[in-house]
Design a protein around this ligand. Structure first.
Ligand SMILES: Nc1ncnc2c1ncn2[C@@H]1O[C@H](COP(=O)(O)OP(=O)(O)OP(=O)(O)O)[C@@H](O)[C@H]1O
Ligand SMILES: [Mg+2]
Length: 303
């Protein structure tokens, strides 16, 4: 019995102890819950406050963004206008030069050109009237007059070929290549023209002609090549001109770093004209392989 009572007593004590610990645990749990609830509601309050603040900031940021967008659009419009003005002024500059060249070419044609023609006609008439003995040695003068006439015509055409205005750039390229072949029979010029006359913006036509003139001039003077490839094509929204030779090439860096008074005007002139007409210009040269000049212009419609 005694032992039963002891056992019961021990069990009751344990139960008490357990109850007390349970109560303590419940108290701790309640406290934790309360604190968590407090924390959660504080967090929620903070969230709401931060949310309001963030919302305010968001509104301010979006207003700022809107303002910046408007400013950006204005700047872009301004930039566009300035670019257009720059292009117009550049074209006017090119046009002024071409007009002046045309005027000089016309004066040479009307003045010296006509003069040569008159001299030739008069000499021929006089020779016809002279006796054979005097006329024969005097006839040697005729080829000299002929050379004078051709040289005058060459200068005139170099200044501004009338063909460019009369028949357009494609006909002028064919004519120029023919003349080049005549003057340099050892150099073969292969042409690939893959566009129509109307595809090329008028002010660009003169620039193409000037580039062709200088590039072929350089090829005949410096390249020692026997083959030139000339390409003029419409490709991926641009007009592209490539003039490539398989000659001796040169050190581009060495030429570009020359002092301005030592430098030729050809390469820089080609680059400047291309840029003035709104195009891009590249030159590549490898010793022993050859030289290529490439210019391209965005497609612009003739107004
Ligand atoms: N196709 C080419 N092949 C080899 N060298 C070239 C070629 N084109 C240009 N060069 C080299 O580049 C240099 C510069 O050419 P650029 O046309 O500027 O001047 P230039 O022809 O010497 O003189 P200018 O054109 O003023 O009469 C030339 O002197 C030559 O050494
Ligand atoms: Mg040159």
């Amino acid at each position: 019995m005694g032992s039963d009572a002891e056992t019961r007593g021990t069990l009751i004590a344990e139960i008490k102890d357990l109850r007390a610990r349970l109560a303590e645990t419940e108290k701790a749990l309640l406290a934790a819950q309360k604190s968590r609830n407090n924390h959660v509601s504080k967090h929620a309050e903070d969230e709401i406050r931060w949310g309001k603040e963030r919302n305010h900031e968001r509104v301010k940021a979006s207003e700022l963004l809107q303002f910046e967008k408007v400013e950006h659009r204005h700047s872009e419009e301004e930039l566009g206008k300035t670019r257009e003005q720059l292009r117009d002024v550049s074209f006017q500059l090119l046009l002024a030069e071409e007009t002046e060249r045309k005027r000089i070419a016309q004066e040479i044609h009307d003045g010296i050109g006509q003069h040569w023609a008159t001299v030739k006609l008069r000499v021929e008439r006089i020779l016809d009237r002279l006796g054979k003995e005097i006329a024969t040695p005097l006839k040697e003068i005729l080829p000299i007059i002929q050379v004078g006439m051709e040289e005058t015509r060459r200068i005139q055409m170099n200044l501004r070929p009338a063909l460019l205005d009369d028949l357009g750039i494609l006909a002028t390229i064919s004519w120029f290549c023919r003349e080049f072949r005549k003057a340099h029979p050892a150099i073969r010029v292969e042409t690939k023209i893959d566009l129509q006359e109307d595809d090329i913006f008028n002010p660009v036509k003169t620039v193409i002609y000037r580039l062709l003139q200088e590039a072929l001039n350089n090829i005949s003077k410096h390249s020692k090549t026997t083959l030139v490839n000339l390409t003029l094509q419409k490709k991926e929204g641009v007009i592209e001109l490539i003039i490539q030779d398989s000659g001796q090439g040169f050190e581009l860096d060495a030429v570009l770093t020359l002092k301005s008074y030592q430098k030729g005007l050809g390469l820089s002139g080609m680059k400047e004209r291309t840029h003035l007409s709104g195009g891009s210009f590249w030159i590549e040269s490898t010793k022993g392989i050859g030289t290529a000049i490439r210019a391209s212009w965005p497609l612009l419609e003739n107004r």
